[in-house]
Ligand binder design. Structure first.
Ligand SMILES: *Cc1c(COP(=O)(O)O)cnc(C)c1O
Length: 408
């Protein structure tokens, strides 16, 4: 059976061209970039080439890119780096309730150390209201952090509007762009951000490498302490092969991104349409159009996400759910709850995130097997009861029919 991988928001396969670019730097050209002999200097040179490629992808300057161990470190560096650099000015940070855990947990850490965090709510589509950001600003606000696109429901936030508000009052603005860089156009000047987090493995690069874009003139307290690498902004011997792979992935993304986004949007919409047509008591989570080209997220009533995942896995299909048991936590997805879904609806969620290898045939396969899986699970479901509607959310689709509960 052919495996159909539909979990690209979790990670992507490393592009063969990326692997090829990385290989020489494990064995032959293994030098430490800080060494002054030619072996070391060769490594230094390829790091700088990679830095230029990553910078080019987001329309930044090379000096504004600091390599990190991934998106998580970039987020932690941004939040803690700004918090500790501005302690004397204030202690208030504004973020949203739908951020990745890398941002939320960094905020919680800072909260325990005396910082005050405002977690802004979102509407039923997962959109942050720029006016709510404006209202939350106080004289003590030192940082605003709002993600570019949400990793679970795919909603793309109005970053340009929010950054304008931050600029007007001179507050530093960070965005976690891990889900957008390499997938849709990201331009740090158009977005108006001071800091932006990137991760290589979300766009066909290797795992364990990422970057924080830091606009010239933005001062951060370093997160890692040690050597003088990355112009003293991030200590530790550079992961040369990974950085080279990251650069190659950025280069490939620049070439392939716009065509691929168009292709995926088409597949995405076909899958969404098919799912809404073929399964009753199902809703689309996230915004219908302000949405990542590769994200499909639905909630299916009266069934558990895990059960659907396991059954899909038996058919060779890899997806993900916002339900609790699939992860190590007990709570269902904080994102889906923030959108106004009930815990039951969050437990019945499925995320398909599409990528390079996926075809129209793959969408057809999902549409062929999922309705049967849902019907089978509902036949034995203890959850069957009147569905709830979502306050302020998109219309439920199709309308709930009391007589049709698809018991059989
Ligand atoms: C994956 C992800 C991260 C974490 O990146 P890693 O490189 O895996 O540490 C952060 N934010 C978002 C939105 C993500 O999707």
């Amino acid at each position: 059976m052919r495996r159909i991988y539909l979990d690209h928001a979790a990670t992507t396969p490393t592009h063969p061209e990326v692997v090829k670019a990385m290989l020489p730097y494990f064995t032959g050209a293994f030098g430490n970039p800080s060494s002054i002999y030619s072996y070391g200097q060769e490594a230094r040179a390829v790091i700088e080439e990679a830095r230029a490629k990553v910078a080019e992808l987001i329309y930044a300057r090379s000096e504004e890119i600091v390599f990190t161990s991934g998106g998580t470190e970039a987020d932690n560096f941004a939040l803690e780096g700004i918090a500790y650099a501005n302690e004397h000015k204030g202690n208030h940070i504004i973020t949203t309730s739908i951020e990745h855990h890398a941002v939320l947990e960094a905020c919680k850490f800072l909260e325990r150390r005396g910082f005050r965090i405002t977690y802004l709510p979102v509407d039923g589509y997962g959109l942050v209201d720029p006016q709510a950001v404006k209202k939350a600003i106080t004289t003590k606000t030192i940082l605003i952090s709002v993600m570019h696109a949400n990793n679970e429901v795919g909603t793309i936030e109005p970053i340009g509007e929010i950054s304008k508000i931050a600029r007007e009052v001179g507050i530093c603005f960070h965005t976690d762009a891990v889900q957008t860089v390499g997938h849709i156009p990201v331009n740090v000047d158009e977005l108006g951000v001071d800091m932006l987090s990137v991760s290589a493995h979300k766009f066909y690069g290797p795992k364990g490498v990422g970057a924080l874009y830091i606009r010239k003139g933005t001062r951060l307290v370093p997160f890692m302490h040690g050597g003088e690498q990355e112009k003293r902004r991030r200590a530790g011997t550079e992961n040369v092969p990974a950085i080279v792979g990251f650069g190659r992935a950025a280069e490939l993304a620049r070439q392939e991104m716009s065509k691929e986004a168009e292709r995926l949007t088409n597949l995405r919409d076909k899958l969404i349409k098919g799912l809404l047509e073929q399964i009753d008591h199902i809703r689309l989570n996230g915004h219908p159009t302000k949405r990542l080209p590769n994200n499909v997220n639905v909630s299916v009533d009266f069934v558990e996400g895990e059960s659907m995942l396991l059954n899909l896995d038996l058919e060779g299909i890899c997806a993900s759910t916002g339900s609790a048991c699939s992860s190590s936590s007990l709570e269902p997805s904080h994102v889906l709850l923030a959108l106004g879904l009930s815990p039951e609806q969050a437990h019945g969620s499925l995320r398909f995130s599409l990528g390079k290898e996926n075809t129209e045939e793959d969408m057809g396969r999902v549409l062929k097997v999922l309705p049967g899986i849902v019907a089978k699970l509902r036949a034995m479901s203890p959850l069957l009861k009147t569905p709830r509607t979502v306050k302020g959310g998109p219309p439920l689709n199709p309308p709930y029919l009391a007589k049709d509960d698809r018991k059989g």
